[in-house]
Ligand binder design. Structure first.
Ligand SMILES: [Zn+2]
Ligand SMILES: [Zn+2]
Length: 279
């Protein structure tokens, strides 16, 4: 699409209208660019007869690994064997009660995350939230409020939005749970993890999140929301600071989680994981 031509048509279309109306028209035009015209699969682009919950066609759904009960009892990732917990959870203590996700981070769900996070397709947050609501109910979560894993102010400025906040907003309105906004912040940018030793990596994750309004979490059962969980290190650290703020319980829900990574990589930071994946 030629951006110059579309901006010209907007100018002509709204000429002579009141300022409020003009803003409404501009908003609608902007929104129509974000949303596709007819229902299509948000992973493969195939046209759909009607809207499908989760935004994925049956073929893409069939090739995705949906998580059920064969998962680690703690972090909710798919298990390679019949153990109760994955190796990462056996080796690393995480503060959250449990984490659960909808899909393994590959195939169509991975495309959803990429397109939301790096492709600017904010509308995908609604589809992602639909799948997460189903998972929330399947897993019998009972939380009082929702909070997104924050990005640092610098990173959020660079991207323009925090994809986890978009998902958390959608979840909050669908589950009718209050969204806690601005009370949990990321105060420091993590150093690149790749050249750090195991011990340094543990320390690198610590102390980057801060609760600025503890009363927002005190005595509440908090649901922490993120797009992808790799090892649970970030969710564990977020949970630790929420418990310090006297949260009654902390559980986590993500759209995807990765398959088990090798023990030497088991405390990789989530954001570095994304950066690696982008190259
Ligand atoms: Zn599809
Ligand atoms: Zn685990």
């Amino acid at each position: 699409m030629c951006p110059r031509r579309s901006s010209t048509s907007i100018e002509i279309g709204v000429f002579g209208t009141r300022k409020g109306d003009r803003l409404k028209v501009l908003f609608r035009k902007w929104r129509s660019k974000l949303y596709l015209d007819g229902p299509v699969c948000s992973a493969c682009g195939k046209e759909l007869l009607s809207h499908i919950r989760g935004g994925m066609c049956p073929e893409c759904e069939k090739t995705s690994v949906k998580l059920g009960t064969d998962i680690c009892g703690k972090c909710g990732r798919v298990l390679a064997n019949e153990a109760e917990f994955c190796d990462t959870c056996i080796r690393n203590e995480r503060a959250f009660v449990r984490a659960r996700s909808c899909y393994v981070y590959e195939g169509a769900p991975k495309k959803f995350v990429y397109r939301l996070k790096f492709g600017g397709r904010r509308y995908l947050a609604a589809f992602i939230a639909e799948a997460m609501v189903d998972r929330y109910l399947d897993c019998d979560f009972e939380c009082d409020c929702v909070v997104a894993v924050p990005l640092s102010a610098k990173r959020k400025r660079k991207r323009g939005y925090n994809q986890s906040e978009l998902i958390a907003e959608e979840l909050s309105s669908r589950l009718k749970l209050p969204l806690i906004d601005g009370a949990l912040v990321k105060t420091k940018e993590n150093k690149p993890q790749t050249k750090l030793t195991k011990r340094e990596r543990e320390e690198n994750v610590r102390g980057v999140y801060e609760v600025t309004s503890p009363e927002a979490f005190k005595g509440r059962r908090v649901l922490v929301v993120d797009d992808v969980m790799t090892t649970g290190a970030t969710l564990g650290e977020v949970s630790r600071v929420l418990y310090k703020a006297k949260a009654r319980s902390v559980e986590a829900l993500t759209y995807c989680s990765t398959r088990f990574v090798s023990p030497s990589e088991n405390i990789l930071n989530e954001e570095d994981f994304y950066e690696d994946e982008m190259v």
